[in-house]
Design a protein around this ligand. Structure first.
Ligand code: MYA
Length: 415
């Protein structure tokens, strides 16, 4: 997904941005004002009904031809199974995708990650949309959707999860993004799907909730050297290293990597856990096998199998998303793990997540990131996570939620 990468939350830029966000209510959004999304003017108006904003239109009325692009550009559908296409997408994102507010880091999604994220059960190739320059055929913009079933209260809604919206740096501010969004919307409509979920670091009309990233240093020296974090007041490097030290191996008896045979048990565990949140994915076994079965350098999942009765009682997972470090002499990549879905029924969540930190450290991650979604607040401070400067806003397209949610009411993590 999309989000300011992180860091200390006290810089002047951050304060200015937070102030701007806080007065954004009166902003004009020439594109977003035309879309079926919660509008700022309707915030707090509890008389509006919850649910779809517009009804579906008959499929025969969905525009059959793509939207017009500026004449020098053309649409392309990107087949990520083609090594060359995957490499082009990878390179576009590596050079032009999301940066933190101070432009020190940029997400560097790997090719294996992109193939994994974009090929969940039932995916549509037509939702992986690129824009090329007509003459050079260079890929200059990208947007994707993948299908998902998302439950909102007691309604399971077929949606598209929209991600990887990217316009080449040289083509910014030319209103290309609205055309890309309209085109992906059209292609989603053609599959008879009328809702979407997405996240962004920017404030748009209107977030269903706003979450914060928290960061747990695993390699504090490197994080400080590259400017990701700062030495605390009255702290030395050696005291800082000691503060973040972790045991060599996980503590919970029966803690092990998830395997294919665990898919039914993990699905049951996860479905039961996610049922408590207002908005959460409705995962079946196929989804769990694809999204949560460990995949080297993409996603890691562990569970606790009771040594007595072999029951699976707890589960934790994180995905691998490195960031390029821009302009550092010594280091080029920050290796970050992002908390994904975690479920505790027997092992306290705090202990489970401490084990997750330990295995992430074993795997040479520099930092472990987590949003304040689900029950994450219960372990963040105690496990020495610090608040980042990145806000992540969650949105639904064509689905109104009566009241803004608390992050802890959200059971959804987008990649
Ligand atoms: S979030 C990650 C977004 N990507 C990046 O941040 C990478 C770096 N930035 C860029 O590549 C460009 O700056 C982008 C904008 C491409 C973001 N989400 O073309 P413009 C609105 C939605 O002149 P550019 C992710 O991937 C902006 O408010 N809208 O601007 C999820 C303005 O509209 P308005 C955004 O800077 C994406 C208009 O675009 C975003 O050249 C979910 C300006 O266009 C944003 N992140 O390009 C997409 N940023 O005037 C929505 C700017 O109204 C999906 N804008 O304020 C909706 C559901 C669709 C499916 C529905 C199915 C039913």
């Amino acid at each position: 997904d999309s989000n300011p990468i992180v860091k200390d939350d006290s810089s002047l830029e951050t304060i200015v941005r937070k102030f701007q966000d806080s007065i954004s209510v009166g902003d004009r959004h020439k594109f977003w004002e035309t879309q079926p999304v919660g509008q700022f003017k309707d915030r707090g108006n509890t008389s509006l009904p919850e649910g779809p904003i517009e009804p579906p239109t008959p499929l025969s009325e969905v525009k059959q031809e793509p939207y017009n692009l500026p004449s020098a550009y053309e649409w392309t559908t990107c087949d990520l199974n083609l090594a060359e296409t995957c490499n082009e997408v990878y390179t576009l994102l590596k050079n032009n995708y999301v940066e933190d507010d101070e432009n020190m880091f940029r997400f560097n999604y790997s090719q294996e990650f992109l193939r994994w994220a974009l090929h969940p059960p039932g995916y549509y190739k037509s939702w992986h949309i690129g824009v090329r320059a007509k003459t050079s055929k260079k890929l200059v913009a990208f947007i994707t959707g993948v299908p998902a079933r998302i439950r909102v209260r007691d309604e399971v809604v077929k949606m598209a999860e929209i991600n990887f919206l990217c316009v080449h740096k040289k083509l910014r501010s030319k209103r290309l993004a609205p055309v890309m969004i309209k085109e992906v919307t059209r292609r989603v409509h053609l599959e008879d799907i009328w809702q979407a979920a997405y996240t962004a670091g920017v404030v748009l009309p209107t977030p269903i909730t706003t979450c914060q990233y928290w960061h747990r240093s695993l390699n504090p020296k490197k994080l400080i050297d590259v400017g990701f974090s700062r030495l605390g007041v009255r702290m030395t490097m050696s005291r800082t290293i000691k503060l973040y030290k972790l045991p060599d191996s996980p503590a919970t008896p029966g803690f092990r990597k998830m395997e294919l045979r665990d898919v039914p048990a993990v699905t049951r565990l996860l479905r039961n856990y996610l049922s408590q949140f207002v908005v959460a994915p409705d995962f079946d076994e196929n989804d769990v096998e694809h999204l949560l079965l460990p995949k080297e350098d993409v996603v890691d999942s562990f569970l606790v199998e009771s040594p007595e009765n072999h029951e699976v009682t707890d589960f934790c997972s994180f995905y691998t998303l490195p960031s390029s470090i821009l302009g550092n002499q010594t280091y080029s990549t920050l290796k970050a793990a992002y908390s994904y879905y975690n479920v505790s029924t027997k092992t306290p969540l705090l202990q489970l997540m401490n084990d997750a930190l330990i295995v992430a450290k074993q795997k040479q991650f520099d930092v472990f990131n987590a949003l304040d979604v689900m029950q994450n607040e219960s372990f963040l401070r105690e496990l020495k996570f610090g608040p980042g400067d990145g806000q992540l806003h969650y949105y639904l397209y064509n689905y109104r939620i009566r009241q803004e949610l608390k992050p802890s009411e959200l059971g959804l993590v987008l990649l």
